[in-house]
Design a protein around this ligand. Structure first.
Ligand code: HEC
Ligand code: HEC
Length: 366
């Protein structure tokens, strides 16, 4: 009977609707979980995971090869025409600084002929090549070197005065505004307060001995001289406006107050970026070669700048700061070339003692 059949079908029909609802709910839950998972792990290239990587052994690093390093956003994605033009000019100033602001600069003649990009590779976007990934997210910030909170303008002018051995530029001027706009734009995909994975330099272990300038000369002659020349003077373009190979020492190079003058900074830069074409993925030099060639370069003549106001809190001075006074009794020479491990160990001991003192003071109070 048709009626009966219908009646028989009824419960089945209800069941199948129920099943569909259950199935649909299940699918939805799985889909939402997948979307959340995707957002958490793949949508944020700026997650600061490089810190843990730095402390891992080589084996563990290979296992963790899936680290998502920061990728700078493309200028072509900017929709506002005025902003796009400003950001583009900022990039141009970083790539060809000398053309605009060098000894033959078209805008001002206030720096030594280096380009920002000579030390901040690929316009400050290359991984472990001193990139600008964490600038927008972390500035303004307190810097122990000046003992003050610094904004991006102050930090950029620091590099003009030291790395480019020149003069600070007007912070309200077109050039500084464009440089800051560029640096801020490429940092837009990094969360405020977070560090972009792969920004700054990659860690390099200390040697058990002092770095050796004589051994460094051998490395320099074999692997650097062909481009940077016998006297570190570099090679200019035909019009002499810009470097093809930048000066590493001498009157046209960075001065002794620059970040790259600190042995650990130049050793890390060189280890993971030189000779030209090297990246953190295919270093060409052994750790010893990197430290020794850095020692050779930083013991050659270069411009001097007075930085006596630096590091108002001496206990915050990096162990490889070559200029005294220090909060410890190690000689200046050891602070310049190492060995650094004994200095680090004494620093750690001091910190432990300080911690214990606070702890025992607290116990006494109780
Ligand atoms: C001779 C190499 C050199 C040149 C050229 C140079 N810099 Fe730097 N710059 C450095 C080093 C090294 C550091 C990091 C110093 C440190 O942390 O001690 C740095 C740091 C910075 C920072 C801060 C980065 C951060 O994550 O905190 C900014 C911004 C910056 N430079 C901008 C510039 C600009 C703009 C120019 C060009 C006008 C320039 N630099 C040219 C070597 C250089
Ligand atoms: C094939 C040419 C070449 C070789 C070889 C080479 N470099 Fe460089 N080096 C460059 C170029 C080009 C730059 C600037 C990078 C840029 O603008 O993209 C540079 C930049 C540098 C800088 C930062 C800028 C400055 O003026 O201080 C240092 C330091 C440096 N090189 C050291 C070395 C050392 C040490 C070696 C040898 C281990 C070496 N280079 C080998 C081409 C070379």
């Amino acid at each position: 009977m048709p009626d009966n059949l219908d009646e028989d079908k009824m419960p089945q029909g209800i069941m199948s609707v129920k099943n569909k609802v259950i199935l649909l709910t299940g699918v939805l839950v799985v889909a939402i979980t997948a979307v959340l998972f995707f957002l958490e792990y793949s949508g944020q290239p700026a997650k600061p995971r490089e810190k843990s990587i730095d402390t891992l052994t080589t084996n563990e690093v290979t296992k963790k090869a899936d680290v998502v390093y920061w990728i700078a956003p493309a200028i072509s994605t900017i929709t506002d025409a005025k902003q796009k033009q400003q950001v583009q000019y900022g990039k141009e100033l970083i790539v060809h600084t000398a053309k605009y602001l060098g000894p033959h600069g078209a805008v001002l003649k206030i720096s030594n002929g280096l380009n920002c990009q000579n030390c901040h590779l690929q316009a400050g976007t290359a991984i472990f090549a001193n990139n600008y990934g964490s600038v927008a997210s972390l500035y303004p910030k307190f810097r122990a070197r000046s003992g003050a909170v610094e904004n991006i303008y102050k930090r950029v002018n620091d590099c003009f005065e030291r790395s480019l051995n020149g003069k600070a530029i007007d912070t309200a001027g077109k050039e500084m505004q464009a440089i800051a706009a560029y640096i801020n734009f490429i940092g837009t995909n990094v969360k405020k307060g977070e560090k972009a994975a792969g920004s700054g330099f990659k860690e390099l272990g200390y040697l058990n001995r002092a770095a050796d300038p004589a051994k460094g000369l051998t490395v320099y002659t074999a692997k650097c001289k062909s481009c940077h020349q016998a006297n570190g003077e570099g090679v200019y373009t035909a019009d002499k406006i810009e470097f093809i190979y930048p000066a590493l020492w001498g009157k046209n190079s960075f001065n002794d107050g620059a970040g790259l003058y600190r042995l650990s900074n130049i050793a890390k830069y060189v280890k993971y970026n030189m000779p030209q074409g090297t990246t953190y993925q295919n270093p060409q030099l052994s750790d010893e070669e990197a430290w020794d060639v850095a020692a050779f370069i930083t013991t050659q003549k270069r411009p001097h700048i007075s930085v006596s106001e630096d590091w108002p809190d001496k206990s915050k001075k990096p162990v490889d700061n070559p200029f005294g006074p220090y909060a410890d009794n190690f000689p200046a020479k050891q602070h310049k070339l190492g060995p650094f491990k004994p200095i680090v160990e004494e620093l750690e001991k001091k910190e432990d003692t300080a911690k214990n003192k606070t702890a025992s003071a607290m116990t006494k109070k109780n």
